[in-house]
Write a protein that binds this ligand. Structure first.
Ligand code: 9YW
Length: 438
């Protein structure tokens, strides 16, 4: 039987995980499975680090920004010197891209823009601590505001060229929810060419139960898209023409909306009035985009396959994008806590699984096809708190801390048994625990 550690012990163990995965100026996403920096992980890791050391949290985000592309894109992986992860820098070959940074090796796609949430947390933590932390946090925010703004502008232009208020993604990896059933329909149209270079996966060496990971067929499609992007040297305009996967991602759009509000608030404080106004317009545009996707029959938001023009109506946690970004009329909140979701009687903890527990297609051990991801629970608890729903935030926090009480900091959890799965000692899981415990 798993012996729960006390909340105090849990905080110490979470801090140990972040220290153990610290590579100096970046934190590996996980000890063996993911030996590099991932973009949205680093945002959430910085939220946790801000509870331990404001300067270390700042270092994390400065490292990420050193990898920013000239276009404004923040790449989804910043490679460390470590190896053992595939696809690594040789496969991505982003040195051929005109916009890629010269001194840092990166992937050529992006991930959800959660970073402004961390910037706000760092500023608040610095101010609360006072002294040198305050000075450093304020200088950091002033120095980097333009870089975060450029990132949001890139998403709002290169990835929403028609101004619909929906961020277009070119790879399931960009959503952060890699093999979610959301992407099955668009991936079905991705047929790897005969000239796809061969590959040997390394993820399967680090996860004991292969059912937890995507299949080889899924990996073939993932790598075919990398190949398509590599062949056009990651040029934004050319990519839209050639890439086999173009989907308006409703959850990423909701993240861009709330993050733009956070950045607008910081812009106000810095006296950057025009930038703040631009960010608020952007937030309003993406909120309207999110609202426009809601299915009248299920009440859930949908992604839009831009290549086929078809809606993607899967019953996944991403369907709560309107609730997350504050454009819900109350019906999504009821659905979220109801029997098809957190209130499902078979769940080990009342937390949102990646797929509805009432959906017979849920696969309880397979990655984004069923397990509960603590960072997703954290994002909703963050949003609820921001919306003034303290009770909702408290319920997610309490249930998540019970889920994490074993101190393993799993990458994801079996929804019905509560077993930790994937990589243990996952950095962002430890980071959100620290934030919940603060
Ligand atoms: C992979 C690092 C990343 C996350 C993603 C998650 C997984 C990497 O791990 O993808 O190779 O499977 O899906 O959201 O950023 O934690």
């Amino acid at each position: 039987m798993r012996v729960p550690v006390s909340d105090v012990g849990l905080g110490d163990r979470a801090a140990d995980v972040l220290r153990g995965n610290d590579l100096g100026s970046m934190t590996a996403a996980a000890p063996r499975l993911y030996p590099h920096m991932w973009s949205w992980d680093s945002g959430l890791i910085a939220v946790g680090l801000a509870r331990l050391s404001v300067p270390r949290a700042i270092t994390e985000l400065r490292t990420l920004l050193r990898a920013q592309w000239a276009t404004g894109m923040i790449p989804h992986i910043v490679f460390s010197e470590g190896d053992g992860y595939f696809p690594g820098p040789q496969r991505w070959a982003t040195e051929s891209a005109a916009a890629a940074p010269a001194a840092v090796r990166t992937s050529g796609i992006c991930q959800p823009p959660v970073h402004a949430l961390a910037v706000r947390r760092i500023l608040d933590a610095g101010r609360a601590a006072g002294g040198a932390d305050r000075a450093e946090a304020e200088a950091f925010v002033r120095d980097t505001f333009g870089a975060w703004l450029a990132w949001h502008r890139w998403l709002a232009t290169a990835r929403d060229p028609d101004g619909r208020g929906l961020v277009e993604i070119h790879h399931g990896w960009e959503s952060g929810m890699d093999n979610s059933p959301r992407w099955d329909q668009p991936y079905a149209a991705v047929v790897p060419g005969d000239d796809l270079p061969g590959f040997v996966r390394t993820d399967v060496d680090h996860v004991g139960d292969l059912r937890e990971r995507p299949t080889d067929a899924e990996y073939g499609r993932y790598l075919w898209i990398v190949e398509q992007l590599r062949r056009v040297r990651y040029d934004d305009d050319a990519a839209r023409e050639v890439v086999g996967f173009r989907v308006a991602d409703v959850f990423m759009s909701a993240i861009l909306a709330v993050a733009s509000d956070e950045l607008a608030g910081i812009g106000d404080e810095l006296g950057f009035d025009d930038d703040a106004a631009e960010l608020r317009e952007l937030a309003a545009r993406f909120r309207a985009g999110v609202r426009s996707t809601v299915s009248p029959s299920t009440g859930l938001a949908r992604d839009l396959d831009r290549r086929s023009g078809r809606w993607i109506a899967t019953e996944t946690v991403a369907g709560f994008a309107p609730l997350f970004c504050g454009v819900d009329d109350g019906s999504q909140r009821a659905l979220f806590w109801g029997e098809r979701w957190c209130g499902h009687p078979a769940l080990a903890h009342p937390l949102p699984p990646s797929v509805s527990p009432a959906d017979p297609g849920l696969r309880p051990r397979t990655y984004w096809r069923g397990p509960v991801w603590p960072i997703v629970s954290w994002l909703f608890s963050w949003a609820f708190e921001r919306q003034g729903d303290d009770d909702g935030a408290r319920r997610l926090r309490a249930a998540s801390l019970r889920q994490l009480a074993g101190g393993d900091f799993g990458e994801y959890y079996e929804p019905f048994t509560g077993e930790p799965l994937g990589s243990l000692h996952q950095s962002w899981t430890a980071a959100v625990a620290l934030d919940w415990l603060a």
